[in-house]
Design a protein around this ligand. Structure first.
Ligand code: DGL
Length: 276
């Protein structure tokens, strides 16, 4: 296999750019192709069959048209619905998924109370139920489905993002560092890190926000190495440097929205290829 083949990354829309940002920092010499499925989003409030069908179609397209050497599902909802199927259907393709960072949150909370914001699809999945059960007794989790929040972030509707963040954090309970209060908030959807500034303004500086970008990027590097997938400039030290790898952006929705999001959040002016 050639080292120069890209790593595929997909999400229902622009949220997975929060994972891509960490991937490019961890693997700066790698080429990436990012697929935003904005034309079929949001995933979180759709039925599981839709998310599975889209995940299958995107994986097939990334393999056929871009020859990807690995796949990162940069979407909690799609991971919960489809990662097991995609792994079974593509046994030779290393596939990395994301899940809400409940385990790291258990290690960080002082009050023992953790809030979890995620999509309805993620929170209702068997995979999430198993994750929650595996941590039973280690902390108290309060989960909150956030209908409409990923969509508002996708559309950059600031007033709606602020209103929904207020409504959903209030619905979880009291935040703070005192006993009985929630001191840690898991951002269990890859869109939500892009609402961090609004959440910070609502909840104050003391609350810890946990997302999955960096651990997923580290895990991706490890999996590529243990799967013997050749890396670009494999001998270069694994320290942060300016990414030199090529980035291809593909969107099934409005190309301008992905272009603007990549500019805003990654500081990159990259053309977007439209697909269906
Ligand atoms: N960004 C996705 C996630 O991590 C889903 C957002 C959506 O389309 O509902 O779950």
């Amino acid at each position: 296999m050639r080292a120069g083949r890209p790593i595929g990354v997909f999400d229902s829309g622009v949220g997975g750019l929060s994972i891509l940002r960490a991937l490019r920092a961890e693997l700066p010499h790698e080429h990436f192709v990012y697929f935003a499925d904005s034309g079929h989003a949001p995933y979180g409030e759709r039925d599981e069959a839709h998310v599975i069908a889209r995940s299958r179609a995107i994986t097939a397209q990334l393999r056929a048209e871009h020859g990807i050497k690995a796949l990162v599902i940069a979407c909690n909802t799609a991971t919960a619905a489809a990662v097991h199927l995609l792994r079974a259907e593509h046994p030779n393709l290393p596939i990395i998924g994301v899940e809400p960072a409940l385990k790291p949150a258990v290690g960080l909370t002082r009050t023992g109370r953790i809030g979890v914001l995620a999509t309805r699809g993620t929170l209702g999945s068997a995979k999430f139920a198993a994750l929650l059960a595996s941590l039973s007794g280690l902390a108290e989790f309060t989960v909150q489905p956030c209908d409409g929040l990923a969509d508002a972030i996708e559309r950059q509707e600031a007033a709606k993002i602020i209103a929904l963040c207020g409504q959903y954090t209030m619905g979880i309970g009291r935040f703070g560092l005192k006993p009985g209060q929630i001191d840690t908030l898991v951002l269990g959807c890859t869109h939500y890190p892009f609402a961090k500034e609004y959440l910070r303004a609502l909840l104050g500086p003391a609350i810890q926000f946990i997302d999955t970008g960096e651990p997923v990027a580290r895990h991706t590097r490890q999996l590529l190495m243990t799967s013997h997938i050749p890396l670009q400039n494999a001998d270069a030290p694994a320290v942060s440097c300016k990414p030199t790898g090529h980035l291809t952006l593909v969107s099934s929705g409005a190309p301008a929205a992905l272009k603007a999001a990549a500019q805003r959040w990654l500081g990159l002016a990259v053309p977007v290829h439209a697909t269906h």
